[in-house]
Design a protein around this ligand. Sequence first.
Ligand code: C2O
Length: 359
Amino acid sequence: KPITAPDISSCRASTDGFDLKSAIRTNACCPPNLSKKVKNFVFPNDNSLRIRRAAHKAPEDYIAKYKAALKAMRALPDDHPHSFVSQAKIHCAYCNGGYTQIATGNPDKILQVHNSWLFFPFHRWYMYFYERILGKLINDPTFAIPYWNWDNPAGMTLPAFFEDGNNRKEKLENPAFDAFRNTNHLAPAIVDLNYNGDDSGDPCAKQISINLTQMNNQMTRNARDTLSFFGGVYVAGSDPILNGDPSIGSIEAGCHNAIHRWVGDSRTINNEDMGNFYSTGYDPLFYAHHANIDRMWVEWKGLDKRNKEPKDEDWLNASYVFYDENEELVRVYNKDCVRYDKLRYAYEFSPLTWLKNRP
Ligand code: C2O
């Protein structure tokens, strides 16, 4: 049987995967329960397409809109389902033990959307609603979130507008800023797609070439079949694997985890915000990171016609519950996010420079 997220009313405080005593963010991560009925998802009927642009080359007006939308989101009261805090808590609830598998009769098993084949579809849905909520806040049906193009040498530094501001005060006024980041890793530091907690100290050119080889590996050599790319089977009754496992997909285990750790503030016990699942949603970079992760799914499919999503019913019918842009609770299935064009977004082109970097 597929993993089925329960109605949000069964959510409980999150306690897995972080040290609660030293936590900077709350572990009360459940969504506001406005006791609404859970609806079935319907595809958007937008005429326009939302084009997600590469952060490092995004034009001024696009960045200005993005900041305006984030500002509006941050201005909502925390208990509003569209608030910045509510959006951040989604990750904490789905990844740190807020939900159990009660909907499939396994109340003693935690529901976890990482380290398995749920990783890509869950986050695709999460970004989908987040983007539409932001767009609605500024009344722009073409609004699209930026993607952090860390697989391309031109995008391998922390995108500038997330750190805009000449001093602390100005930075705190920047809605894309987050105070809990590793300040040693701000631009011009080159991301380390192999990062495991220690700075490699490699010169830029070498780090870039290591990164490109990593990308090539994770997108081709180590992702030759569906489950190597997506991650292993995880169904109702499975025990979640919290900290990595052989069944984690190539991208999730590789560049995905590396960027989380690389951005998180290493001076904190839990590596807030990006370095821990429970807190990562509090950093606007998280969503730009995951837009690029989602783009890797799109690009992987384009590399070879044999590259396909799992066909297993237990994958297709796995489901989650989100608040949509109209504050309605909807249940969404993996099978409905495969055709992402039907979700009415797309990615601005960026060349896959790593294609040539065979190890
Ligand atoms: Cu849900 Cu990047 O983690």
